[in-house]
Design a protein around this ligand. Structure first.
Ligand code: ATR
Length: 280
């Protein structure tokens, strides 16, 4: 038997920090494995996954734009990935492809463990209703906030996402509502930006009045695209946090699935932040 192989598949994938993160996790937990990055042709996702499994691959992370294809390809999809409608982790076991989604768990780890924000009983605003928002809504509901408002530019998408999670929200006793960005009222303890608005330099999709005094404002992006939101949050008196910890958190949960060991994600997050600062 050769070394255990893993990779991240995407297009583009050159920017991915996953090989660095998983190599560090492996070092710190004494695991022997190899983790590469693979650029997958737009029409070649299923073939590439099967070829990797045939080469002896044990599992892979899936990134843009293949998370939806991965949910379709997997033979068995976890409950949280089914609710998210997307898969970011595949494991190959006995000829079967298993799909899971650790994005939401990564966000919850970063909020609760790293940022020290306890979601229980708080009022949460989730901005956006695309793939990024869908991936985290279920795990956020599981933490028993008082309410979650999903606000989106296109109300219909927010309504669909809310309807899909209505049963879970009722079970968790969380008030879950969908709103248009134009019809957003009230203020919140936690405001999460899950839109891609910053990529088009469209500005901040909500007013500063959505932030309660001392609120936490969280952007799922990191690096330059998160900067506008973080500056805006600080100007309105909120604590601001980017999504780098979510990235490391989702990787840690994937590592746990594959290796059965939880790596020291907070240490690796600190190290990654330092590496990124040196390079900028
Ligand atoms: P992702 O997988 O990153 O979530 P997506 O599925 O294309 O990508 O979703 C992008 C999200 O950002 C959507 O909620 C989108 O709003 P619409 O559903 O109305 O398209 C939101 N978004 C993108 N640009 C925006 C902007 N300029 N202002 C507000 N919301 C924006």
């Amino acid at each position: 038997m050769g070394i255990d192989l893993y990779c991240v598949m995407g297009n583009p994938v050159a920017h991915s920090r996953s090989p660095w993160i998983h190599a560090r996790f492996a070092e710190l937990t004494g695991q022997t494995l190899r983790y590469d990055r693979r650029l997958i042709p737009m029409e070649g996702f299923a073939t590439s996954v099967r070829a990797f499994a045939a080469e002896g691959g044990r599992g892979c992370n899936i990134t843009v734009p293949f998370k939806f294809d991965a949910a379709v390809l997997a033979d068995c999809v976890s409950e949280r990935a089914t609710l998210a409608g997307a898969v970011n982790v595949l494991s190959f076991q006995g000829g079967a492809i298993l799909g899971d989604n650790t994005d939401g768990a990564g966000l919850v780890i970063d909020l609760q463990r790293n940022a020290g924000f306890d979601l229980r009983g708080h009022q949460v605003l989730l901005i956006g209703a695309g793939g990024a928002a869908a991936g985290v809504l279920g795990p956020l509901l599981h933490e028993h906030p008082a309410s979650i408002t999903v606000a989106n530019r296109t109300l219909a998408r927010a309504s669909v996402l809310v309807a899909r999670h209505a049963e879970l929200a009722a079970q968790m006793e969380v008030e879950l509502v969908g709103r248009s960005l134009l019809d957003l009222r009230g203020n919140f303890d936690l405001v999460i930006n899950a839109t891609s608005a910053s990529l088009s330099e469209a500005g901040i999709p909500v007013a500063g009045s959505t932030l309660k005094r001392g609120a936490l404002a969280y952007d799922m992006m990191y690096g330059a695209p998160a900067q506008g939101f973080l500056t805006w949050a600080a100007e309105h008196g909120a604590s601001a946090r980017d999504g780098l910890g979510m990235l490391v958190g989702q990787a840690a949960e994937a590592f746990l699935i594959w290796r059965g060991v939880m790596p020291p994600e907070q240490q690796v997050l600190d190290e990654l932040r330092a590496v990124m600062q040196e390079r900028s």
